[in-house]
Design a protein around this ligand. Sequence first.
Ligand code: ADP
Ligand code: MG
Length: 588
Amino acid sequence: MAGRYGGGGQGRRHGGGGGRGPGRGGGRRPEPEPIRGVRDDARLSAELLRMDGDSYGRYKSLTGDWDFGDFTLTVQHAQADPFAPPSRVRVLVHDAGIPKSAWADPVRRRATADHLGRRARRLLRGSLLRIDTGGQEVIERSSCQLTDGGIDLRIGIDLPGRGRRIDGRAAEREFCATLPDLVDDLYWEEIDVAEAEAFADSVADTVALRAQLEERGLVAFVADGAILPRRSGVSDEPMTGGAVPFESPASLRVSVDLPHRGTVTGMGVPEGITLIVGGGFHGKSTLLHALERGVYDHIPGDGRELVVTRDDAVKIRAEEGRRVERTDVSPFVRGLPTGADTSDFRTENASGSTSQAANICEAVEAGARTLLVDEDSTATNLMIRDERMQALVHGDREPLIPFIDLVRPLHRDHGVSTVLVMGGSGDYFDVADQVVMLDAYHPHDVTERARALARERTDADFTAPRPRVVDPASVDPATARGRSRIKRRDMDVLVFGDHDIDVRSVEQFVDPGQITGAGLALRELVRGRHLDGARTLAEALDSLERALAKDGVTLLGGDFGGDYALPRRHEIAAVLNRLRALRVAEQR
Ligand code: ADP
Ligand code: MG
């Protein structure tokens, strides 16, 4: 196709360069002056070729804006040496011809941006340019945003070098050929519009379905035909051969009307207490995992596009060793051998059971109304206590009130539903509203049979955990040396200032960018005065959520140079609760 740039391209708006770059950085070593004068693509090309063989640090002189006609390239950060983290550039395409129908509505806008981001990643394969895109979920992210009709891309690039010398020719190719070609190929007239619209339609259907759940009294929906199993334990792509498609049991089947797909049937998971039973390896955890991820929208072809869970759903697990800061765990824990007040409980090192109790109480505090629990990752002594154990260890020696005695009051008095996988004990038959058995990946409604086996059971009381007010000064991303540091290490750790926050057990982080996003959200909670020392944590999260709904995920970024994606309020709360510096000022 005819390029919109390069030698003599029409419609190019030259110039405007002089002095538009930022001033000298505040680094320790002297920085090269930004290139001055006309800063357009022809000049960038000439400069890069001229720099060939210069010392690597000269790349910094590229910092600032470059006018390519219908897009602006901004070199935001040039790495100091070839081994430093990649450099960052921003590409602002002023008008890519994207029609209003693709961006006016926030859901379609997110979907279209995601779709274009994925296309950009494919087009950049084999180049030095890298764009952050999602896995199987469609999550708002910083790397590709739609401006009305235009596109705003954030891209990383390993600036090419030969040793510590600039490879100007390679850099020129990336900036002055690959990048303009990429922009060309993102124009609406260049893309497969039907595919882009189908992508947005699919996401819009998922969102519409999620919006229907509450009024139908459901916490989740699993469509007939959905493919739940994944390719492997390390791949989130659908299983290729031998996957048994989901088929709802008739008694739980509901049909929903969706704006694009029309009528769809599947299993509705009602509010209340749902037990998932079945033999080992029959697909229980796979179903629960799909429900955990059903709070997000999935790309077409994933198999879980219509596996949808309410966004108040939080996965609960035991998490030995976590810190707890003044959480009210008294519904579950009373009379510890230490004599500690469990309505104002603090520990640097929670046990399996107390960590799970804290996870539940904190989730409810932050607004969770659906708990997802898998026996595979729970503390047994918090889940059940059988008669023989009660006979041996008397009530007054046992500080724990098991979840089974609280799961009904949680629903009845607080509207908190539970979906629980439990293959190893029938005790929960006593409290379950419905029981689904998986048999060779086929779900059956066995509620009647389970009820026939149930016994009378007396519930305990669940009093709502006391809301906490966080001391904003304790949430500080500054290191001892005064620099702000928010960084992710794999899917395991969020570095926040001088603190490592262990996020391995926060299972509904599905995207590396969300972990960084949660770190930025902590900063924004304080910077935006959502955490003001007076609001409760839940009120602060409400306030941040409102700001994010209005301004979008880039509210979190500001001067931040890396990629990030939108976390949910529940994961923001989880990260805050795991920050070892956190101080709670008071309980309400
Ligand atoms: P459970 O929790 O009941 O022990 P899992 O959910 O861990 O079982 O599933 C056991 C195995 O079966 C996993 O390897 C999983 O990928 C596979 N699996 C789960 N659901 C299906 C399905 N619908 N079709 C084919 N394989 C499945
Ligand atoms: Mg399992």
